[in-house]
Design a protein around this ligand. Structure first.
Ligand SMILES: *[C@@H]1O[C@H](CO)[C@@H](O)[C@H](O)[C@H]1NC(C)=O
Ligand SMILES: *[C@@H]1O[C@H](CO)[C@@H](O)[C@H](O)[C@H]1NC(C)=O
Ligand SMILES: *[C@@H]1O[C@H](CO)[C@@H](O)[C@H](O)[C@H]1NC(C)=O
Ligand SMILES: *[C@@H]1O[C@H](CO)[C@@H](O)[C@H](O)[C@H]1NC(C)=O
Length: 585
């Protein structure tokens, strides 16, 4: 018999077997019994590390400048005229007076809230979804490694509040959120600074094993500069945050600088790296034994490419070297980058491909060619007329090359890219062109007339799970890192501000976003050979997105009057996904 006919007959007999003929019938209607409620599984605690990641502070302290001093500050706005030296209480008051930031609202309490256990009524899983395979193992049974770094991320300024309390100095972000409304105040915010114990309790109760947070430079070193006093109250605060996390079974991941630069020390300051190292040493010496992952700088590529580029690279390399060679830390050190992948509008059009590659080279190549490959900044960048970036010297390349342990980045979306009508070269030659220096046009609408993905709040546009593998593949094959950490990823649903609390908590779109992203990540790992080492959801709770609470990325809601947090559905589904996909061996 013809092989084709054999196949055909096999197929048709399968089809007959598969076809289900319904038998309609009546019976007595009864409600099906309610299935037993599922509850979240708390973490095992405390967490124990086989060996510390560095010497304890009692020994590591000998690496710090012997002349440095510890102090505490309390802001008395009327004390600016007392003569008590460059770093006295009076100078601290004038630091704030000079910043001229006035908040119209004030933190309603100023002591740490004692945690209470999360009631079991808050730990009930949301209704199962019969149609969408949320949390069920991926059909191919692809799994994530046992040591996969999964959890939630945050940054201090976006959740803490209490910006003038306990000796904190002013940062460049502080003017943002000094708005005449409590609705978007950064000075009260979610009160995480005083509620961290409760927030850690909540993460542990629902089973989140990794928590990424940042420490503000100006809390630790209020005057920011090398040699100025270190704020003991702030060190004690973050020590307790780290210890509380570990006691609850949560591994801390610390970002040293997350946008909250001191007002007096910008990336462009000639001695930026000296001040940054001084501050970073305070954290690494004190907490290095307990912190396995350090992120030096968050998204330094979010600003113009020529803004302090070599200062940032030098600062990172100095901290890396000090950690590895002086402190002899055995943890990992990275820097994290913003990147929404540029996709050619028409992949068969070489001009679009060139535009997409150019976009990526500006976004990532500038810092990561040197860091990962010890290679020069891309030619597309250096050859842009009028750009204020010099090629790195051989010494600079040697200084930074290889000084990063894995790639970390914060993908939120992707975008289509095409050259401007006048062409890339004409645009590059005209530094007044609004598209200069990247000189590419971006759009979320494809050549097929369709939006790339589901819309979130304005400014964050679309999620595009179909490009997750490309995003990971680009990084993996371009910079050849040992591993890739998705350090932030998240989805602010477009309609959240007009939804009731119950509706906000039933955030199916966010669940779909995370599930799609993670299933594509599994394919990148298993089918494309990419070593993705972790994924941290942005964010632990709804955050102040730089002046507004309208883009709600949180996996928990926050009531800004009572400060009560509530888990969203997506957090349960998120935990479910990892419980079913992270291997046990
Ligand atoms: C505040 O500004 C005054 C006037 O410019 C300056 O003399 C003083 O040093 C500043 N104080 C601090 C702490 O920066
Ligand atoms: C440069 O760009 C600006 C802004 O788009 C435009 O007004 C000007 O005509 C351009 N100059 C040239 C020489 O194309
Ligand atoms: C801050 O809140 C006020 C009042 O709710 C609102 O009118 C304003 O648009 C908000 N500002 C931003 C930047 O979201
Ligand atoms: C915050 O909680 C209070 C007290 O339960 C409630 O009256 C208020 O409506 C809540 N605010 C929001 C925005 O849900």
């Amino acid at each position: 018999m013809d092989i084709f006919i054999i196949l055909l007959s096999l197929l048709s007999s399968e089809a007959v077997k598969a076809r289900h003929v319904p038998h309609h019938h009546y019976s007595t209607f009864t409600y099906p019994p309610k299935t037993t409620e599922r509850y979240a599984t708390p973490l095992n605690s405390p967490l124990t590390f086989a060996t510390p990641f560095a010497e304890p502070f009692s020994k590591a302290s000998s690496l710090l400048d012997p002349d440095m001093t510890y102090t505490t500050y309390s802001l008395n706005p009327d004390a600016t005229s007392t003569q008590d030296g460059p770093y006295g209480q009076s100078a601290y008051a004038s630091l704030w007076a000079n910043a001229s930031i006035t908040y119209s609202d004030h933190p309603p309490f100023t002591t740490t809230v004692s945690p209470t256990p999360v009631p079991s009524s808050e730990l009930v899983f949301p209704p199962a979804l019969p149609v969408i395979p949320v949390g069920r193992p991926h059909p191919s049974k692809q799994s994530l490694p046992k040591n996969f770094i999964w959890g939630v991320s945050s940054s201090a300024w976006q959740i803490e509040g209490g910006l003038k309390l306990e000796g904190r100095g002013p940062s460049v972000l502080d003017m943002t959120g000094a708005l005449p409304s409590t609705d978007n105040s950064s000075n009260v915010n979610a009160m995480f600074y005083y509620m961290y114990k409760q927030d850690i309790e909540r993460l542990a109760a629902i089973g989140i094993p990794y928590f990424s947070f940042s420490i503000p430079w100006t809390r630790i070193v209020p005057f920011a500069v090398a040699g100025s006093p270190v704020n003991k109250q702030a060190l004690d605060h973050y020590e307790d945050l780290i210890d509380t996390a570990i006691a609850h079974g949560i591994t801390p991941i610390v970002t040293i600088l997350h946008f909250d630069l001191p007002m007096s020390v910008l990336y462009t300051n000639d001695d930026f790296s000296e001040h940054f190292l001084y501050y970073a040493k305070q954290l690494m010496a004190r907490f290095g034994d307990r912190v396995p992952y350090w992120v030096t700088v968050n998204e330094p590529n979010m600003q113009p490419v020529d803004n302090g580029l070599t200062n940032i690279l030098t600062a990172h390399a100095k901290v890396y070297d000090w950690y590895k060679n002086e402190l002899k830390g055995t943890g990992k050190v990275t820097m994290k980058f913003a990147n929404n992948l540029a996709v050619p509008l028409d992949p068969s059009n070489s001009a679009d491909v060139t535009a997409a590659r150019r976009y990526q080279e500006f976004d990532l190549g500038v810092m990561n060619n040197p860091l990962f490959l010890g290679k020069q900044i891309p030619k597309s960048v250096l050859n842009t007329p009028s750009i204020k970036i010099d090629p790195l010297t051989k010494e600079q390349l040697e200084r930074v090359g290889g000084k990063i342990d894995f790639f970390s980045f914060d993908p939120y979306t992707a975008q289509y890219v095409t050259p401007p009508p006048e062409g890339i070269d004409a645009c590059a030659a005209n530094s007044s062109n609004p598209l200069w220096p990247k000189c590419v046009e971006t759009t979320f609408v494809g050549k097929d007339g369709w939006l790339m993905g589901d819309s979130s709040t304005a400014g964050f546009n679309t999620l595009a799970p179909q490009y997750v593998r490309s995003q990971l593949g680009y990084l993996w094959n371009t910079f050849r890192p040992k591993g890739i950490l998705v350090a932030e990823y998240g989805f602010p649903s477009a309609g959240d501000t007009v939804r009731s609390l119950d509706q906000q908590r039933y955030d199916l779109e966010r669940t779909l976003y995370y599930q799609a992203f993670l299933i594509e990540t599994l394919k990148a790992i298993h089918e494309d050979g990419v070593n993705v080492i972790g994924a941290l959801a942005w964010s632990i709770m709804d955050t102040n997105e730089f002046g507004s609470f309208d883009s709600r990325f949180g996996l928990q809601t926050v009531n800004h009057t009572t400060f009560k947090r509530m888990y969203k559905r997506s957090l349960f589904d998120y935990v479910d996904f990892f419980h079913r996909h992270v291997g046990r061996s």
